[in-house]
Ligand binder design. Structure first.
Ligand code: FAD
Length: 521
């Protein structure tokens, strides 16, 4: 029987979700295709509303929608895409509960992975700057800002520290940077009233922008309006200013000037997804994938590219800017951006430019209509209405730390991992025992025993291969688990540790070569 053509969509943002919605409509009309969507989260984030999470104007869950409800006819894989092989026409996703490789073949591939804020190569930014792209970023920033205000309100000994705590810096004058700084400014200045020991004049909010005017995506008159309104509300807008480095205490600008701060948000530099860089596809400005007006990647009939990761020609031939409107290619709504405090700018179809309260009202109405699902619209509308009446929410929602080192328990007979699984972590036996078994041509061979104090699982990580053997618990075992990312950092920065792992690895290779106890399987 002939299989249905499978369309695999990578990315569940504006571009991926709306592409899948259109394909579902085609399926509804009788088109016989299978739709698969791979996304890191099981929800779609309505990014233009994300800055409102900082102030709590709308609830965290109100800016997201569950993808399964939006796309009932799509097979959703909540996984990270790890590899794309255009030659073999497969996509490989990250390990789930059982770390075996997960391979998805495709007939058509839709690349909609968006862009990433990439701090690599910028001194101190990976450690000290907050990105602002997803729900976690918005929540982290909100918590951090409230913590900084709490700390500042009781910091009476160290003037410098108090200054750092009350200075908030945002780098990037595009849509996201401007919306973040506007929301941050409104929020900090409003909630500061609840801290009697804080003088509003001590608060400093700074926007850094490399260009001569902010919002290069919109007409100059609107950008000037936005600049003016931000400045009038107390934001210091610094033009032709490039953020070069950061520490936990300051932002360093090109030229050497430093701004003391404990809060640095950076929405720049933004690049297309790193997975796409390695693909043998034509790239345009800023390394975005070149697509034609039908969204086909240049030179391919089976690969499609859309949203922030692609350069798609508009009707007039100019490349589409990286905005939500262009990601879903709905026509005629122009460009809009919120400036906080019930004001916005909007460039409507036909070149009509609106700013201030009317633009804000249009912005809210259009985004409300565009929010997927009636339930979500109702929640957001009521949150916005209540916001007109109630003070800003000041609760700091702490959700525990990162995964880091964790502990796991294994029962006898349980496989910790199996030969051929992907290597995603290293183990340290704390108590109990395990055996290492390798299968060659159907014959199982025991390579050794693992006891308290032994490490295992490092080979696949150091050699970037899959697991070469199965580890099976033989006596109830507790193990410490170090995820791949943390292990890689340690191995890269502690040469002695890496060498000792390599010695253990060599010893194990020797033992494997000599062979061990064998049994047929
Ligand atoms: C704070 C902020 C405010 C904004 N405000 C506006 C605005 O007012 N107006 C406007 O027009 N535009 C605005 N934008 C821009 C707009 O949101 C983007 O242009 C739009 O989201 C692009 O859609 P996309 O689908 O290409 O990418 P995204 O929406 O970023 O979606 C990419 C998806 O891919 C997933 N993904 C990435 N890597 C992997 C992986 N390895 N495995 C699995 N899944 C992966 C991500 O989780 C995400 O779901 C704003 C953006 C931000 C961040």
């Amino acid at each position: 029987m002939k299989q249905r053509p499978r369309v695999v969509i990578l990315g569940g943002g504006f571009a991926g979700i709306y592409a899948a919605m259109e394909l579902e409509k085609a399926v509804g009309k009788g088109e016989d295709i299978e739709i698969v969507l791979v996304n890191r989260e099981n929800y779609f984030v309505f990014q233009p509303m994300l800055p409102e999470v900082i102030s709590g104007t709308i609830g965290i869950l109100d800016v997201v929608s569950p993808i399964r409800r939006l796309l009932p006819r799509t097979d959703l894989h909540v996984r990270d895409v790890e590899e794309i092989d255009l030659e073999k026409k497969v996509v490989i996703t990250s390990p789930g509960f059982r770390p075996h490789p997960h391979v998805i073949p495709f007939d058509h591939l839709v690349l909609a992975l968006g862009s990433v804020t990439d701090f690599r190569g910028l001194r101190g930014l990976p450690e000290h700057a907050f990105p602002f792209k997803n729900l976690g970023d918005a929540l982290n920033l909100r918590n951090h800002v409230i913590r900084a205000l709490d700390e500042a309100s009781i910091e009476r000994h160290d003037e410098t520290l108090r200054k750092q705590l009350l200075t908030f810096v945002v780098a990037g004058g595009g849509f996201s940077g401007v919306e973040v700084v506007a929301e941050l400014n409104d929020f900090v200045r409003e909630v500061a009233r609840s801290y009697p020991s804080l003088d509003p004049r001590e608060i400093r909010i700074v926007l850094l922008h490399a260009g001569e005017r902010i919002l290069p995506e919109v007409a100059e008159s609107l950008a000037l309006f936005a600049q003016d309104i931000l400045m009038r509300r107390g934001v210091e807008v610094r033009f032709k200013t490039v953020l070069e480095a950061a520490t936990g205490d300051a932002a360093t600008l090109r030229g050497g000037e430093t701004i003391p701060t404990k809060t640095l948000v950076s929405t720049v530099p933004s690049f297309p997804h790193p997975l796409l860089e390695a693909l043998p596809l034509a790239k345009g400005k800023n390394r975005r994938l070149l697509a034609n007006r039908h969204l086909q990647a240049e030179g391919r009939t089976d690969v499609w590219a859309l949203g922030d990761c692609a350069v798609v020609p508009q009707v007039d031939g100019t490349p589409s800017p990286p905005t939500a409107q262009h990601a879903i290619r709905f026509k005629g709504l122009g460009k809009m951006g919120a400036l906080g405090h019930r004001s916005a700018i909007a460039e409507l179809p036909g070149g009509i430019k609106v700013s201030g309260f009317l633009a804000w009202w249009i912005w809210r109405s259009i985004y409300l209509v565009k929010l997927p699902g009636w339930g979500r619209r109702l929640r957001v509308a009521s949150a916005w209405t209540l916001d007109l009446l109630l003070p800003a929410e000041l609760v700091q929602l702490k959700l525990g730390g990162s995964l880091g080192v964790t502990q796991e328990h294994f029962e006898p007979g349980q496989d910790v991992f199996r030969q051929g699984d992907l290597g995603d972590r290293v183990y340290l036996v704390m108590s109990g025992q395990a055996e290492v078994w390798r299968s060659v041509d159907g014959v199982e061979e025991c390579l050794g025993q693992l006891a308290p104090g032994d490490w295992f699982g490092e080979m696949a990580l150091l050699n970037e291969t899959t697991r070469g053997a199965t580890v099976r618990c033989t006596k109830a075992m507790d193990a410490l688990i170090l995820p791949k990312s943390e292990f890689s950092v340690l191995a890269a920065n502690l040469p002695d540790l890496r060498r000792s792992f390599e010695r253990v690895m060599e010893g194990r290779r020797g033992a494997a070569g000599r062979g061990g106890e064998r049994r047929g399987s």
